[in-house]
Design a protein around this ligand. Structure first.
Ligand SMILES: [Zn+2]
Length: 192
């Protein structure tokens, strides 16, 4: 399964729309071993073609070396199809050389440069075998923080303390005062 944050998802789709009808391509790098696409790197399609993409070899060398320097890897390798479905072509499969990467395909065949429906699919390509995987778009990569769990437990305690303390006071104060004064005052008046 590919888990990708909304911001990077939107950047990939925006790049695909902008370059339509040519295919757009790039990577989203992430810390090595994290499987978390974080750093969006749009790249040039050296072919400038509506039916094919190829990274510019010099740019690819530079981008890959930069990832090495930062201890990153290409978590997502994306490109767009502009007239066909978002599924790897034979050429895509032949060129796929990163077995740990998520190969994302976006199809802009319906929307073109405009807003509109986009296909966004992800695949593993290992030894020429294509396996589609689920894509989950998350608002952000917030790790589950156990620090937030204890907080609700402390909230009920202060809430229960004031209640017993304030409840008896008004009852005692209002009860005897109002009950004694009117009762004792009218009685002597009526009697006399
Ligand atoms: Zn393709």
């Amino acid at each position: 399964m590919l888990v990708i944050d909304q911001a990077n998802y939107d950047k990939i789709v925006a790049h695909a729309r902008a370059d339509h009808p040519d295919e757009a391509c790039g990577v989203v790098a992430g810390p090595a071993g994290s499987d978390r696409p974080e750093r969006f790197i749009p790249m040039a399609n050296a072919e400038r073609s509506p039916t094919f993409f190829r990274f510019d070899s010099q740019e690819q060398f530079r981008v890959w070396r930069e990832m090495d320097d930062r201890d990153e890897e290409p978590v997502v390798i994306y490109h767009s199809h502009t007239a066909t479905e978002a599924y790897p072509s034979r050429t895509d499969i032949a060129y796929a050389s990163e077995p740990q990467a998520h190969y994302v395909l976006v199809s802009t065949r319906e929307c073109g440069n405009e807003e509109g429906p986009v296909e966004f699919r992800s695949f593993r390509i290992v030894d020429g075998v294509v396996t589609e995987e689920e894509v989950r778009v998350v608002p952000s990569y917030t790790d589950p923080e156990p620090a937030t769990d204890p907080e609700p437990a402390t909230d009920p305690e202060p809430a229960t303390d004031p209640e017993p303390a304030t409840d008896p006071d008004p009852d005692i104060a209002a009860g005897p005062d109002s009950a004694l004064e009117p009762d004792s005052a009218p009685e002597p008046d009526r009697a006399s």
